[in-house]
Design a protein around this ligand. Structure first.
Ligand code: HEM
Length: 478
């Protein structure tokens, strides 16, 4: 009995090993070139959710040579995701030269937040200078920039012997959060910090950032949802770089719940990407009933995904009393630099970076929310390309006019169901976020992380601008 069981396990492992060796071809069907590096080893033992994706990932890899949308999803998983999605991230097994960054962030974290934000510019300036001075000192003492550059140049040249892709993802997060901590230098965000226009960052935070941003194909000085949030969970699902480590429970718990939501969205997003790819492959293969089944799967998975928003974005889970001052501010940015003589200002993070909404919008043929410029600043290249591929294959422009083909009518109905789900989300998002945004925060000017300091002479006017954006998006969702 035991022997039979061991043999079965052995056969299973051999089969999985054989499957894992299959890789998508190096270019998407119909395309001639793409950036590439050797595949990274997968460790499926640590997180159940990742092990659950194995068969779907194999299926996507098998479809990649035949269908470009499958290819782009396989490419995202293999490269940015280090073999899975959401991306796998290692914050421990780094080359020695990179480790001081993590130590420094964690050592300084207790100094970042103030239990009582001051309204006095002088006090705030002192606090910020102290934090920045300490960070600069530790970076100079402990980081050898030439060694860091050596490691990142090797990776850029395609040599991954020195670190895994998981570790690279972790380091991306670490440098991003160090930069955000240095940018604000005290939490809650205060007016003197908001009024800065240019900040000179220590070399130790500038040099790696250029390599990291090039690797992910984004251009902003600020971080993004992938770097700061998705990569901020280790292989056990623990959040690594927290903001308010020394603050009261209400703040720390709201912070955890808020950021965990974004990881959960991508965990539940994965079966949606998979079902959307399968729906397109089925349609292109002439199997419309299968296409309808996969579209229904998208709806089912989307219902679960949206419940993450509905179950968490309310005062019982994430307190509006602390969100604006203690949780959102860190992820803002609002400073810039001169590029070719022109001042370019960057924004921070927003829910508008979340891949799953961009991918579904593209799949449905809905116009993009972010401009091309903002896509290139904040959305990693392989995520952008996946969305563009979904858009190129959108089903709606390929269906027969209503009433002419019953199967096409059923496909349109299934697509409409997804549209309605998105509309429900967008209508709810519009109202649920208001209590968070309208909290008094006298220490700062009206600002969202995603849109920086808001124009408008009063908070009410500033909120109206945001509301208009959300109403327009709701209108576009059809
Ligand atoms: C307290 C929580 C939240 C607040 C205060 C908030 C606020 C906002 C604001 C003001 C905007 C419009 C400005 C911009 O583009 O940045 C926005 C956009 C957006 N947010 Fe949120 N948000 C919150 C949570 C979330 C969550 C949890 C999600 C994902 C489930 C999300 C998804 C989006 C998306 C996708 C957009 C782009 C517009 C659209 O596609 O409808 N937000 N958010």
């Amino acid at each position: 009995m035991i022997v039979a069981f061991i043999s079965l396990v052995f056969l299973f492992l051999v089969a999985v090993g054989l499957l894992a060796r299959r890789r998508p071809p190096s270019t998407p069907p119909g395309h001639s070139c793409h950036p590439s590096h050797s595949p990274q080893p997968q460790d499926s033992s640590k997180r159940l959710a990742r092990a659950d994706n194995t068969l779907q990932i194999y299926d996507i890899q098998a479809l990649a040579p035949r269908h470009e949308v499958a290819w782009y999803l396989a490419n995202l998983i293999e490269k940015d995701g280090a073999g899975d999605w959401p991306p796998r991230t290692d914050h421990v097994h780094w080359p020695a030269a990179l480790r001081p960054y993590k130590d420094i962030y964690l050592e300084l974290a207790p100094l970042l937040s103030a239990a009582t934000p001051s309204l006095d510019d002088v006090v705030n300036t002192e606090r910020r200078e102290k934090y920045r001075g300490l960070m600069r000192k530790l970076l100079t003492e402990r980081v050898n920039v030439d060694h860091v550059r050596g490691i990142l140049s090797a990776v850029e040249a395609g040599n991954w012997d020195g670190m895994t892709r998981e570790a690279y993802n972790g380091f991306y997060c670490c440098v991003a959060v160090c930069r955000h901590a240095y940018r604000w230098a005290t939490i809650p965000v205060v007016k003197v910090a908001q009024l800065e226009t240019i900040v000179e960052f220590p070399r130790e935070l500038e040099v790696p950032w250029t390599y990291l941003q090039r690797m992910f194909g984004v251009t902003a000085d600020s971080g993004n949802n992938t770097a700061n949030v998705l990569h901020n969970f280790d292989l056990q699902g623990e959040r690594v770089y927290k903001i308010n480590v020394a603050m009261k429970d209400l703040i720390r718990e709201s912070e955890e719940i808020f950021f965990r939501m974004f990881l959960d969205l991508e965990i539940l997003g994965f079966p949606i990407y998979y079902s959307m790819v399968k729906a397109l492959v089925a349609f292109d293969g002439g199997d419309k009933p299968a296409c309808i089944r996969y579209l229904n799967d998208v709806s089912g998975h989307l219902r679960r995904l949206l419940s993450v928003f509905f179950d968490n974005v309310h005062g019982g889970r994430i307190s509006p009393l602390v969100w604006l001052s203690y949780i959102q501010g860190f992820q803002g940015w609002g400073i810039g630099r001169y590029i070719n003589g022109e001042y370019v200002k960057y924004d921070g993070l927003s829910g508008n970076h979340v891949l799953v909404f961009q991918a579904i919008d593209a799949f449905l043929g809905i116009e993009r929310y972010l401009t091309d410029e903002n896509m290139e600043r904040y959305i990693p290249r392989n995520q952008r390309e996946l969305c563009l591929a979904f858009k190129r294959h959108t089903l709606r422009s390929r269906l027969a006019p209503p009433g002419q083909n019953p199967e096409d009518d059923r496909i349109e109905e299934a697509l409409q169901r997804i549209v309605r789900q998105l509309r429900v989300f967008r209508a709810a998002h519009r109202t649920r976020v208001i209590p968070y945004l309208e909290q008094p925060a006298p220490e700062r000017l009206p600002m969202t992380a995603g849109k920086s300091v808001l124009n408008g002479s009063s908070l009410r006017e500033a909120l109206q601008v945001l509301d208009n954006l959300m109403v327009t998006r709701l209108r576009e969702t059809q």
